[in-house]
Design a protein around this ligand. Structure first.
Ligand SMILES: Nc1nc2c(ncn2[C@@H]2O[C@H](COP(=O)(O)OP(=O)(O)OP(=O)(O)O)[C@@H](O)[C@H]2O)c(=O)[nH]1
Ligand SMILES: [Zn+2]
Length: 363
């Protein structure tokens, strides 16, 4: 019998801690480090971190480092040395691009070159998966593992955590129930829950699509602004309703509603991206300035849900070739791409053009 949390559960705890501003400890083969999310650290905890001595760094992604002209010696990330007099506002200024144009000079920033960056990499993956800005304060500790126990902090073992942070958590069906919809009275909503304490994902099944032939399917990523508020900045609302309407008209289909808001960066970060777009950056540049990749979604989740529901082939409603590729790589045969061109307007025209030019979307 073991009542202790396993690595998935420890990661979930660490995520919750970081979101609240509580530090976590990451241990690896090269040592142990204290980690705080730049977005949620407060002045007191920053002072506490400094009081421990040593050489704290602010780990940022190579994307963010590029904007700030910080040297990247570790490939995908930079370890920016925390200047001795740097205040909390400096930490936030490096992490958050909101004021990049107003106060362009955050540097010059000096980056750490020596030593390993393994713990920093795990730290960044953790804060990203907590849907926070991808920037983490990291302080190597000399005290070792005892430090976490002494201060009651969550301790994550890097080697065991790494594979879990790289893959999406297994999902399990929780419940399904009849849900008559305006597009079809034969609707059914299925709920899927990940093992890692993350957000649940949903599937709307229309009619009774046979499992042995290709089902009309849509992988819809959550968009609070477009789906619910009628935002004109994207095409999500019309695509959601259009896909359901087509399934209703054909009498069968499955729409996955994946809770990967903002292409996987979360609503708060998507609003940060919108704010950058108001400063003149396009949707891809905005993600990069924030330190994210263009698209942080994990479409393996969609393939997993389809498989759990018994589907192995789809007619996929999409204009995004990456979705088709991901389905194929994860065991779902895409027998046909069904275009879904809806909802273009004066506000989202440039956004859709950027997706076509930079993300390979089909017109
Ligand atoms: N980061 C970010 N996310 C956005 C932005 N605009 C919309 N989104 C998100 O993008 C996702 C919508 O993508 P999808 O509707 O799946 O569209 P797609 O990947 O372009 O592919 P198809 O619609 O299938 O062609 C949702 O999660 C939105 O919240 C933006 O400017 N920045
Ligand atoms: Zn949208």
């Amino acid at each position: 019998m073991t009542l202790a949390p396993d690595i998935t559960e420890i990661i979930a705890r660490a995520r919750a801690d970081l979101r609240m501003g509580v530090p976590v400890v990451i241990s690896g083969k090269d040592g142990v480090a204290l980690v705080m999310a730049a977005e949620t650290v407060d002045a007191q905890r920053l002072a506490d971190l400094r009081a421990l001595g040593g050489r704290p760094v602010l780990a940022i992604t190579a994307r963010r480092a590029e904007t700030l002209k910080a040297r990247t010696y570790d490939g995908d990330l930079a370890r920016v040395i925390l200047p001795p007099d740097a205040a909390l506002s400096w930490v936030l200024g490096v992490a958050d691009p909101a004021d990049d144009l107003k106060t362009p000079m955050k540097g010059p920033l000096a980056s750490e070159r020596d030593g390993a960056a393994d713990l920093h990499r795990i730290a960044l993956q953790l804060v990203k998966s907590a849907r926070l800005l991808p920037a983490a304060l990291v302080l190597p500790l000399t005290g070792g593992a005892g430090f976490a126990i002494e201060h009651g902090l969550t301790q994550v073992a890097a080697v065991t955590a790494a594979p879990h942070l790289m893959r999406s958590s297994p999902l399990h069906p929780v419940v399904s129930a009849r849900l008559p919809l305006d597009v079809s009275e034969a609707g059914r909503l299925h709920i899927f829950r990940p093992e890692d304490g993350g957000e649940e994902h949903y599937a709307i099944e229309i009619g009774q699509p046979p499992r042995d032939s290709a089902v009309l399917a849509r992988l819809h990523s959550a968009c609070f602004t477009g789906d619910l508020m009628g935002s004109l900045k994207c095409d999500c609302g019309p695509q959601l309703r259009g896909a359901l309407a087509q399934m209703g008209a054909e009498g069968a289909g499955v729409l996955l509603y994946l809770n990967q808001e903002g292409r996987g960066i979360g609503l708060a970060n998507k609003m940060r991206a919108y704010s950058l777009q108001d400063q003149g950056f396009d949707t891809v540049e905005a993600n990069h300035r924030l330190g994210f990749e263009d698209d942080e979604r994990d479409f393996r989740i969609g393939a997993q849900i389809l498989t759990l529901m018994g589907f192995s082939a789809v007619r996929l409603l999409t204009n995004n070739p990456a979705k088709i590729e991901m389905m194929r790589q994860n065991g779902i045969d895409v027998v046909e791409r069904v275009p879904l061109k809806l909802g273009e307007n004066v506000h989202n025209h440039a956004y859709l053009a950027t997706k076509a030019a930079k993300s390979g979307h089909l017109l």
